[in-house]
Design a protein around this ligand. Structure first.
Ligand code: ZN
Length: 432
């Protein structure tokens, strides 16, 4: 049995810690009192062995307030680390232990919930268990990401999420170059309605996302939106414009970096004047613009990353079970056209080496190939949901089993990958 040393903690007369044996991870409680009573599980020798369930996560949040998510308003650099699979957060926390970063560990859109078959309770619980396991006491956020309807906002708040990202794209009239009030007027009214109904005077950070449009948000349009929301008394913590150039999933920035610098500086100036942060979405792997993002905002910025955790998880599969990886890769090629309807990517499949011509040890190199990255990136939902003829999951259970067995390997892959983000962003180490 493996004990996670940073999880060890006392609650009056009880001692608690997270442990792992050959089959699963669990919470062990030894002793007596409130904690022993509140957590559900079976007795196993001297301990109560409690599953890492949503119910026990809720009990843990009552017993140990540090496991609750909190707001990030007023924190300079905040990093969304959406954990699609519910397996990446412990590795993320180890990585940022000494960095000046406030992590938003729970961060999922409704589409991601549907594709992964998870609920907001599941997503938040995964963050709670990670925080407890790693003994993380510096706070973390929970972002109901790209929510569109009042019902979605209500659901996220009911689950205890501390950040609401409202996606107003459906209220933006798709007219490029039109007067800002014609295009963005309805979006502003909708944002004010949601804010007044759910967020005014409440406990959650409010981010407005106007980035899911087919055209760039001009600084003029950004200024219009900001000024109108201010008039309406809406307090934004962050705003996500659609920046010039292309922020495609899983690969570096595409476009003219000088032009990006000019436009980004203008957006950063508006955000500073209005008293909120810029939020940069699809922020994974945008290495060539990170120094600009950090410089122009003075490090006061929110960066959302998520999808590449999945890529790192699949890199682990390529290393640990090459034959399974080959099967999944072929499946991804088969379903690529279907997946492509939902994502903006430029991948060309003919530029991806054939897995039949690669040796096992060459498979992980596929994750250095942008076309292969996008292939695996956008097919994640289809891969996880693929079924056999008897309706059992074709890959999902096997994948989770390997990730559980190779938690350390996964942690190392994440450390390398997100570590590169932090280095380029110039995030400072704190002396601890
Ligand atoms: Zn977005």
């Amino acid at each position: 049995m493996n004990i996670y040393p940073n999880s060890k903690i006392k609650h009056n007369d009880a001692e608690l810690y997270i442990a792992r044996d050959a089959t699963e991870k669990f919470l062990a409680v030894r002793g007596t009192g409130e904690a022993y009573e509140a957590l559900q599980g079976g007795t196993a020798g001297e301990i109560k062995r409690c599953p890492l369930s949503n119910r026990n996560a809720k009990a843990l949040r009552e017993l140990f307030p540090f496991t609750n998510p909190s707001r990030h308003k007023g924190r300079p650099f905040t990093l969304g680390l959406g954990d699609r699979l519910g397996t990446a957060s412990p590795g993320h926390l180890r990585l940022i232990r000494d960095a000046d970063v406030f992590p938003v560990l729970a961060q999922q859109s409704i589409r991601e919930l549907n594709l992964t078959g998870r609920t907001y309770d599941d997503v938040l619980s995964a963050a709670v268990w990670a925080v407890f396991q790693e003994g993380w006491r510096k706070g973390y956020g929970a972002d109901g990401d790209h929510l569109k309807t009042p019902e979605e906002v209500q659901m996220a708040l009911d689950c205890g999420f501390t950040m609401i990202t409202l996606d107003c794209s459906e209220h933006i009239r798709a007219v490029e170059g039109g007067a800002p009030e014609e295009i963005y007027g309805a979006a502003v009214r909708y944002a004010a309605y949601i804010y007044n109904r759910f967020l005014r005077g409440g406990e959650a950070d409010f981010e407005l996302s106007i980035d899911e449009t087919s055209f760039t948000t001009s600084p003029e349009a950004h200024r219009y939106v900001a000024a109108e929301l201010k008039k309406a008394g809406v307090e934004l913590v962050s705003l996500a414009p659609r920046f010039i150039g292309e922020f495609q999933k899983g690969i570096d920035y595409r476009g003219d970096v000088r032009e990006f610098e000019r436009e980004f500086a203008a957006h950063a100036e508006i955000a500073r004047e209005m008293g909120y942060k810029l939020s940069v979405h699809s922020g994974s792997d945008k290495f060539s613009v990170f120094p600009i993002v950090f410089e122009k905002t003075g490090g006061n910025v929110h960066l959302k990353t998520a999808g590449t955790n999945w890529l790192e998880a699949m890199r682990v599969i390529a290393q640990a079970d090459p034959s399974l990886y080959r099967q999944i890769h072929r499946y991804a090629l088969d379903v690529f056209e279907e997946a492509r309807k939902y994502y903006h990517v430029s991948a060309q499949l003919e530029r991806i080496p054939h897995v039949s011509e690669l040796k096992d040890e060459e498979l992980p190199n596929l994750f250095e190939n942008n076309d292969a990255r996008q292939l695996i990136h956008i097919t994640y939902g289809l891969i996880l949901n693929a079924k056999n003829s008897d309706n059992t999951f074709r890959f999902k259970n096997k994948l989770y089993q390997i990730w559980r067995q190779h938690e350390d390997l996964y942690g190392q892959a994440l450390a390398q990958h997100i570590g590169k983000h932090l280095d380029l962003l110039g995030v400072k180490k704190i002396d601890s």
